[in-house]
Design a protein. Structure first.
Length: 775
């Protein structure tokens, strides 16, 4: 390498503003690493200067614009002809970043002087960018979350990932995290103003990279994410993703090995002790509430916003789902010969056998499979401890005390003892029931029944108006279940009422007043990985994520199980028909059917836009329905809607797609509320992890801890020195201390003027610790 060029490019029109050859002056390109293997983010920056001659005031002032992505800086290698005789070798991109826009200084005097510049990879700037690109409680893949953060640097580079550990049968691109991990709870009024406390993009990257056991840095026009236990490799394999986080390919790279490096100044050599153990801890913040009133049984309508729990329930072809008053309150009005009796409020749901359905004691309603919550043991050999409280009632019209007395007599006679028939299944196994005919029925855990007579609260005879409460037969079922051998989805089934033979059937409709299920457990997760050596040094790490099969935490890695649409529906995405193209000064619009607009809105997070074989997720390009810079839906009439694209966004991102037409939008076409039942994948796959260099399947904590122990299994060496050549963060350097040793580079500054690199070298120490010797 003979020369390095530094180019400053105006990104507004993509032309080179300045170009200088780094043969003199002070261009220094630095990566700010640490003296340890376990760094997550290694930022980089270029410091250089430009000569201002002719005593011109503010010669370079126009480069300091206050715009962090206005001027791109590229550092390129130019190879000498004697290194490659007869070949015209094109420049090779070494590094790119953006000129810092906020500081400019020069002496106020009539002399020639140098103006200092700094360009960075903008990773540090991510501390000022909030991670607010996803809705609350939204599952996105780990790789795509990384890509979303890195795009905020405005460096649209491929992402090369060499994993420290991974799931045995699932790639990281198919592992999900919930957006709730990176923000506070939504505040009241979030729909209008966003006052939520978000993590910065830098913090999001730091959390994820720590959970991946990897280091991120920028080099050669790519982002590299390399596992802590793979930095020593000369030949490494990378999963390559585009800047959106879409998988492209798997590539192998051979690092440059400097076997005959010469050193300037006196190197300092440090010897470091091995690790005895790695202690890991995470707080998974499990929710206790599996099901609660407001989401399982409630109906509400307020300010044109409606919540209806009934779509959560599967009633089959035999039951009607209705609504009623949680207190069995009624309003009675009469006009002439017509009287109308109705619930005072509609707050809970009910079920009753359809008039056309035949009576069958085995028919029931239950929560749809896609809406059932999965509970699991928190560790192998552990237990599931659940607390259930279910309240139901039947309401019979109150017409007077005589009517109430008759119902009370029937209640005392036991006519309603088998009216409320409920089963509890866990993982498909019947665990508790109020039905006496089942094998799990237990008198000590039977439902408590009560009778409350009706009354009239208010009567206005002149207005033919009454309010009151109906006669009520109520049931409350409270039980605890401690299970060691079962885990899975919790399924609660309500069967049609039964009455003794020869007695009257007083009611068919049952109201579900309350369902509360709690999973009682601790949230702390620990993994202690200790080696059988006579040494006490340990690493202690708090992690933000962990493995878990349970639906009651968002702090776990999720592996393509509910409610992800791909496995539930199987069918692919379908084209959305766009017609009637219209263009204004600020927008491009298309018409589409109202049904297609509804499908696109409900499945927007997975919608794709494709042209000329290039596909993007729409959310990556346009954000989440941004009225100013993204795209939005505009209803035209009951049959037609209009999709409006912002020209500003199109011009910024689709300059290769001109004109902006002839593209295809695809999404899933189904009603997301009425989900099909499907057999979900085996959740055990989320507990099976492999680290590099081992074929032993362990849990996440063990894979993580042992990967760290592999790196520091033995005494290892660190060297601070200056190499008499230019080396990169991907290179391996040989150094002789006692014996020949290979080192990876953890910190470096390339001094192009003198052809030297100041480095911090960490020994390529790696040994697969004996898995059977880990306590």
């Amino acid at each position: 390498m003979e020369q390095v060029t530094i180019k400053i490019i105006d990104t507004q029109d993509n032309h080179v503003v300045l170009e200088r050859f780094a043969q003199q002056g002070a261009p220094v390109l630095s990566w700010n690493g640490s003296d340890d293997n376990f760094q997550t983010i290694m930022t980089s920056e270029l410091n250089f200067n430009m000569l201002s001659d002719g005593a011109q005031d503010g010669r370079y002032l126009d480069l300091f614009t206050g715009d962090e992505s206005r001027y791109m800086v590229k550092v390129e290698k130019i190879w000498s002809s004697d290194e490659y005789p007869g070949l015209q070798t094109p420049p090779e991109l070494l590094w790119q970043g953006f000129l810092l826009p906020d500081q400019y200084s020069e002496p106020y005097e009539n002399v020639n002087f140098f103006v200092n510049f700094t360009a960075t990879d903008c990773l540090g700037i991510l501390k000022d960018h909030l991670f607010n690109m996803l809705p609350y409680d939204y599952n996105e893949t780990v790789v795509r979350i990384i890509a979303m953060c890195l795009k905020k640097t405005n460096l649209y580079q491929d992402i090369y990932i060499s994993e420290a550990f991974k799931l045995e049968s699932v790639e990281w691109r198919n592992v999900f995290l919930n957006s709730a991990n990176f923000r506070g709870e939504p505040e009241l009024g979030d729909m209008l103003t966003d006052v939520t406390d978000y993590d910065s993009c830098y913090d999001v990257l730091d959390k994820i990279l720590k959970a991946l056991g990897s280091t991120l840095f920028n080099y050669g026009g790519n982002w590299y994410i390399i596992g802590w236990n793979k930095k020593h490799l000369v030949l490494d394999s990378f999963k390559v993703y585009d800047f959106h986080g879409n998988y492209k390919s798997t590539q192998q790279q051979v690092k440059e090995f400097h076997g005959a490096a010469y050193f300037d100044a006196q190197p300092w050599v440090y010897s470091n002790a091995p690790l005895k153990g790695v202690d890991l801890k995470a707080d998974l913040q499990f929710e206790q509430n599996v099901y609660q009133d407001y989401n399982a049984v409630r109906y509400s309508a307020f300010n044109n916003l409606e919540y209806d729990c009934r779509p959560l329930w599967n009633a089959g072809n035999y039951f009607d789902l209705g609504m009623g008053d949680a207190n069995a309150a009624f309003i009675l009005t009469q006009s002439g010969m017509v009287s109308l009796r109705k619930p005072k409020e509609l707050t809970i749901f009910s079920y009753k056998l359809k008039p056309t359905a035949t009576v069958n004691a085995n028919r029931y309603i239950s929560i749809k499979s896609a809406n059932q919550k999965f509970v699991s043991r928190k560790e192998q050999g552990g237990s599931v401890f659940l607390d259930f409280e279910i309240e139901v009632f039947a309401a019979m019209p109150f017409v007077g005390t005589a009517n109430s007395d008759v119902i009370k007599q029937r209640f005392d006679a036991g006519n309603y003892n088998n009216a409320f028939r409920i089963d509890i299944y866990i993982g498909g196994v019947l665990k508790a029931s109020t039905r006496k005919e089942t094998a799990v029925f237990n008198n000590e855990r039977s439902i408590d029944l009560s009778f409350t007579g009706g009354n009239i609260i208010e009567s206005r005879p002149g207005e033919n108006f009454k309010t009151g409460n109906e006669n009520v037969i109520a049931g409350k079922w409270k039980i605890n279940l401690l299970e060691y051998d079962v885990e899975g989805k919790i399924d609660i089934r309500f069967y049609q009422p039964q009455f003794p033979a020869g007695t009257s059937i007083d009611f068919n409709e049952v109201f579900v007043r309350a369902i509360e299920v709690k999973d009682l457990h601790g949230s702390q997760k620990y993994s202690y990985n200790s080696r059988a050596i006579n040494f006490s040094k340990k690493e202690k790490i708090d992690l933000d994520f962990w493995e878990s099969k349970s639906d009651l935490t968002h702090k776990n890695f999720k592996v393509n199980y509910g409610p992800f649409k791909n496995w539930q529906f199987g069918s692919g995405k379908t084209n959305i028909a766009l017609t009637n193209r219209q263009e204004t000064d600020i927008s491009i619009m298309y018409d589409l059917s109202a049904a297609d607009a509804d499908w696109l809105t409900k499945n927007y997070e997975e919608a794709e836009i494709t042209k000329n074989g290039v596909t993007y997720f729409m959310k990556d390009v346009f954000g989440f329905f941004n009225l100013l810079e993204g795209y939005y839906m505009l209803p035209v009439d009951g049959n037609i809607s209009r999709i409006v694209f912002s020209k500003k966004m199109i011009n910024n991102l689709f300059y290769l797609w001109q004109p902006f037409d002839g593209f295809v939008i695809k999404t899933y076409k189904y009603n997301a509320v009425y989900l099909q039942n499907a057999t979900e994948p085996n959740r055990d796959q989320s507990l099976k992890w492999l680290r590099y260099g081992s074929n032993v399947v362990t849990g996440y904590g063990s894979a993580y801890g042992r990967a760290m122990l592999d790196v520091k299994a033995d005494m290892y060496t660190r060297v601070d020195t200056t190499v008499k050549k230019i080396v990169s963060p991907l290179d391996i350097v040989q150094f002789n201390w006692v014996v020949e040793r290979a080192f990876w580079i953890s910190n470096l500054s390339m001094d192009f003027s003198n052809g030297k690199t100041k480095v911090m070298l960490c020994e390529c120490s790696y040994r697969n610790v004996n898995d059977n010797g880990i306590i």
